[in-house]
Design a protein around this ligand. Structure first.
Ligand code: IMP
Ligand code: MG
Length: 171
């Protein structure tokens, strides 16, 4: 077991998710919103976020995107839309756990834009702006964090630690 240092406690996450929910309700009032979960990392954040907007008109779909091996970005992004989700004319909100280099979301956003959605926005729990190699700014962001490898609350280190209810740093 690696040593994991507490970084963002559960209570802070809960408060932030509730704030984000209020922003989404205001922005998408009266519209149908397609929540697009980027698996696997965003599952816990998304589960809490959708419960913060119980009265919104929503559809929840999942997609897979992978660019990481261990703690390193491989530089290549694979987007897997196995369910063939149709984005045309939809308001799409991509739900991501963390933005690092920006490659994953840039690739995903490009795929979606090709289908002429009504809008595409990005909601990420965490953002490491100092690591960006592609110009990409999230529309909604929980916390900006320094260049540290974090785990928990859905985020993994080689598929471990996703179950932690808080965000920690692997030491
Ligand atoms: P990007 O394409 O470099 O922006 O990478 C984004 C993806 O890398 C995220 O969806 C995560 O799956 C993974 N990732 C980046 N940084 C971390 C981290 O600190 N901990 C766990 N996963 C990370
Ligand atoms: Mg991810």
């Amino acid at each position: 077991m690696d040593n994991i240092r507490m970084f963002i406690p559960e209570t802070d996450i809960r408060e932030k998710v509730s704030e984000l929910g209020k922003q989404l309700e205001a922005e998408y009032y009266g519209k149908n919103l397609l929540f697009l979960l980027v698996l696997n990392g965003s599952f816990m954040f998304a589960a809490d976020l959708v419960r913060a907007v119980p009265l919104m008109d929503t559809e929840i779909r999942c997609i897979r995107a992978k660019s990481y091996i261990g703690t390193q970005s491989s530089g290549e992004v694979e987007v897997m839309n196995n369910d063939v989700i149709n984005f045309k004319g939809r308001h799409v909100l991509i739900i991501e756990d963390i933005i690092d280099t920006g490659r994953t979301l840039a690739a995903l956003k490009k795929c979606i834009l090709e289908q002429e959605p009504a809008s595409v926005k990005i909601c990420t729990l965490l953002d490491k702006p100092s690591r960006r190699v592609i110009d990409l700014v999230p529309d909604y962001c929980g916390f900006q964090i320094p260049d540290e490898f974090v785990v928990g609350y859905g985020l993994d280190y080689d598929e471990k630690y996703r179950q932690l209810p808080y965000i920690g740093i692997v030491e």
